[in-house]
Design a binder for this molecule. Structure first.
Ligand SMILES: [Zn+2]
Length: 165
């Protein structure tokens, strides 16, 4: 048996030439049912998550850039200057995104000569979900270090908190 996993991306733009795009992100082959072949294996699950994440991010970046390339005042496309890489940390890994820099349109006075649409859209380099999880880990580490036997012997007290019982 072959299981093919596809991501279908549907455009919100009703005038788009291609309203949907299909990407095959994984193919899983299985022989007879056994405890070894039941469901997903860890490596398959990791690969599947990575491929779905890549397809989603590629589309989000592509759509965001396409929406911002035209000058909001005159509609002319902004000229490309160069491309840099920005790094964003997520719960599922660190992303290295190619970030174009465009010249500002000359039709209106601008505060800067260039414009980086991805940096404008992603001003922070860590997702809120990862920050929240990291803060939870830090709080757990602090609590466990305060409640450890070594900490109690240093301070001469015993922690009586609910997590130390
Ligand atoms: Zn313009």
């Amino acid at each position: 048996m072959k299981l093919r996993v596809q991501v279908v991306i549907e455009s919100d733009d009703e005038d788009a030439e291609h309203r949907s795009a299909v990407h095959v992100v994984a193919q899983i082959d299985r022989d007879a049912l056994s405890v070894d072949t039941l469901g997903l294996q860890l490596e398959e699950a990791k690969h599947l998550l990575q491929q779905v994440q890549a397809a989603l991010i590629d589309e989000q970046v592509r759509t965001s850039l396409a929406e911002q390339v035209a000058c909001p005042d005159c509609g002319r496309p902004r000229a490309h200057k160069d491309t840099k890489t920005i790094v964003t940390r997520t719960l599922f890994g660190t992303l290295h995104l190619r970030s174009p820099r465009w010249h500002q349109c000359s039709c209106q006075p601008q505060a800067t000569r260039t414009f980086s649409p991805l940096i404008a859209a992603l001003p922070e380099r860590t997702t809120p979900e990862l920050r929240q999880l990291a803060n939870g880990w830090r709080a757990s580490l602090v609590l466990s270090s305060r409640c450890s036997p070594m900490a109690a012997s240093r301070t001469g007290t015993n922690c009586r908190g609910p997590t130390c019982r």
